[in-house]
Write a protein that binds this ligand. Structure first.
Ligand SMILES: [Ca+2]
Ligand SMILES: [Ca+2]
Length: 139
């Protein structure tokens, strides 16, 4: 699988060109996005983070069944390997089931990329809140 290139994708992206096609759906097309010679320029930090997020998702979603969705086993594997500290800090044996239920908004028993980013966004917001608290305390 070619390395995703958010930078090259974003350069061609026109959000207004096709309103019914949302940005997250278009992310699937990223894999067909060929880097142009301009891509020797380093991606920005955010572009790199977006690439990483997409790459992590597809690393796990491609292992079993639908290549573009995480089933429960794949989700568990992703959480175990990528969010080890989060998972071990929660002493709930049903946690993966609960996360799966929460994320699976279209109830197809799989977590697609759109549903996955909700988890990442929620955890990132929680991390940010924590940092803000720490900052306040250290003042
Ligand atoms: Ca899968
Ligand atoms: Ca789903």
């Amino acid at each position: 699988m070619p390395k995703p290139q958010a930078q090259c994708f974003l350069r061609d992206l026109d959000i207004n060109s096709n309103p019914e096609e949302n940005v997250t759906n278009k992310l699937n097309e990223l894999h067909q996005c060929r880097p142009s010679p301009l891509d020797t320029i380093m991606p920005s930090q955010l572009e790199g983070a977006m690439d990483a997020l997409i790459a992590v998702f597809y690393n796990y979603s491609g292992n079993d069944g639908d290549k573009y969705k995480l089933n429960k086993g794949e989700l568990k594997q992703l959480l175990n390997c990528e969010l080890t500290d989060f998972l071990t800090s929660q002493k709930d044996p049903m946690l993966v089931e609960k996360i799966m239920n929460d994320l699976d908004s279209n109830k197809d028993n799989e977590v697609d990329f759109n549903e996955f980013v909700v988890l990442v966004a929620a955890l990132t917001v929680a991390c940010n809140d924590f940092f803000q608290e720490q900052k306040k305390k250290s003042k």
